[in-house]
Design a protein around this ligand. Structure first.
Ligand code: PGA
Length: 251
């Protein structure tokens, strides 16, 4: 059966000492509680090594927020999937809407990134989601299905089975405006049906689909109670241990 997962996306926040302190705090809090889901933090590249050194990833998983679409070479400023894997990180967020929007990530570059992540033993947390205009004009189901198809449907069923999906309506990210639990459930069921049509029911049933976008302790339980919502990808609320743990405890 698929896993329930709460994953933090720290984005471009915290210095290394601040990030190590936050990771330690979350790790200690998790050791003191029995979480009913897998818990992951995805941090800036600079934080991966020092954070990996202070946590046990059987308790708290560690991931990056991106990786390059090339293995190595003359790509100044980029960080490759093998580099991320060599820090000890096990996950990588790919295709976040901020990367699609501000850094021009396309389905084509994302396919390369997903392939390199998988080749290097990293679990991709693959983000999809419509913008407000698409929510308002009713094209959101097609838009999101297309993102899944174009980014991932070149994979074998075996490889697809290693991917975590994160539905993040762009209009809900960092805006305080959460999708309702029913809106999230409708989309998650639609995504699962899209996956089932390509890879079959078993693969679809085993795929974890996280919700992201202004998820917080006060709305997490209602979202996670929905049958197709398998957890959350948490931005702002992942930067405070108490808030993040409040969401973890919603399971
Ligand atoms: P948010 O971000 O929780 O701050 O809305 C979610 C995300 O972008 O992953």
């Amino acid at each position: 059966m698929r896993k329930n997962i709460v994953a933090g996306n720290w984005k471009m926040n915290t210095t290394v000492p601040e990030g190590v302190a936050l990771a330690k705090e979350v790790y200690e809090a998790l050791k003191a509680t029995k979480a009913n889901c897998d818990v992951i933090i995805c941090t800036p590249f600079t934080h991966l090594c020092p954070v990996a050194a202070v946590i046990d990833q059987n308790v708290l998983g560690l991931g990056a927020e991106n990786c390059a679409d090339h293995k190595s070479g003359a790509y100044t400023g980029e960080v490759s999937a093998p580099m991320v894997a060599s820090t000890g990180a096990k996950y990588v967020i790919l295709g976040h809407s901020e990367r699609r929007q501000y850094y021009g990530e396309t389905a084509e570059t994302l396919r390369e990134k997903v392939a390199l992540a998988l080749e290097n033993g990293l679990t991709p947390i693959f983000c999809i989601g419509e913008v407000l205009e698409q929510r308002d004009n009713g094209t959101y189901n097609e838009v999101v299905a297309k993102q899944v198809e174009e980014g991932l449907f070149n994979l074998s069923a075996e490889d697809f089975g290693k991917v975590i999906l994160a539905y993040e309506p762009v209009w809900a990210i960092g805006t305080g405006k959460t999708a309702t639990a029913d809106q999230a459930e409708d989309m998650h069921a639609h995504i699962r049906a899209t996956v089932a049509a390509k890879y079959g029911k078993e693969v679809a049933e085993n795929t974890s689909i996280l919700y992201g976008g202004s998820c917080k302790p006060s709305n997490a339980a209602e979202l996670f109670a929905k049958p197709d919502v398998d957890g959350g990808l948490i931005g702002g609320a992942a930067l405070k241990c108490a808030d993040f743990m409040g969401i973890v405890k919603a399971f």
